[in-house]
Design a protein. Sequence first.
Length: 270
Amino acid sequence: MRTRAVTASSSVAAVLRDNGAGDARSARQDDILRTLQQTRQVDVAELAQRFGVSGMTIRRDLAELDEAGHLHRVHGGAVIRRAPAYGSRSSTRAAEKSTIARAVADLVAPGSAIGIDSGTTCHAVAAELAPRSDLTVVTNAVYAAIAVRQGGSRVIVLGGLLTPEFTLVSSGSVQVPPQVHLDLLVLGCGGVSADRGITYFDPAEVEVRRTLTGLADRVVLAADHSKFDRNVAMVLGPLDLVDVLVTDQEPPERLRNALETAGIDVIIAS
């Protein structure tokens, strides 16, 4: 927690005002991102009226969010910053993802029931598990389902609307067969940080992950070093939501300390 030494009551009041303003700005920016996920575009004038602040304040918010990579500023407002297309992302850091996938696959015991998240790193995990025929896999990711099913393992595909990422999401509650129990859940992520925990781009997919996390005895986060200290729009939960982080490099000191405090095992794949 950030603290500041003060020597007079007026200084204390100033600190409280500063902290309050910071909290309000953070809450406003979170609200802007949630709105953007729904509408795909926001307008400065409309946001200023909605929050009861000046247009300059909203433009500052949008500038900060743009710099952090959460949105793309345009004249008079902002539009959603799309994640790179799946095909182009699958070839990015392919060697690192393959190394991480092998380490994750080593954690999957024979006969396990596992959940596999969407995303290119988790697809690499599915490909690594493809030769096995002893698993039960629950996923909403079409690519992962196909990869695992080719090896003969049983696959349960969660239903919903097919997204451009070839995942299936539902606008309502996620429908999971009531008898499903997961020994292990493999998650990817958009970012992982000490401040905001585990974050993603898409709110509907976050709901699927939240459901699967509640069904799993053990949660493994598979993330390469580019995700460290990165925050994207939608928060799944704090770091202690997961039990193991499998990655390709040592996390930076602050994140490493936070992971240790949360009791998370870190595996550096090689």
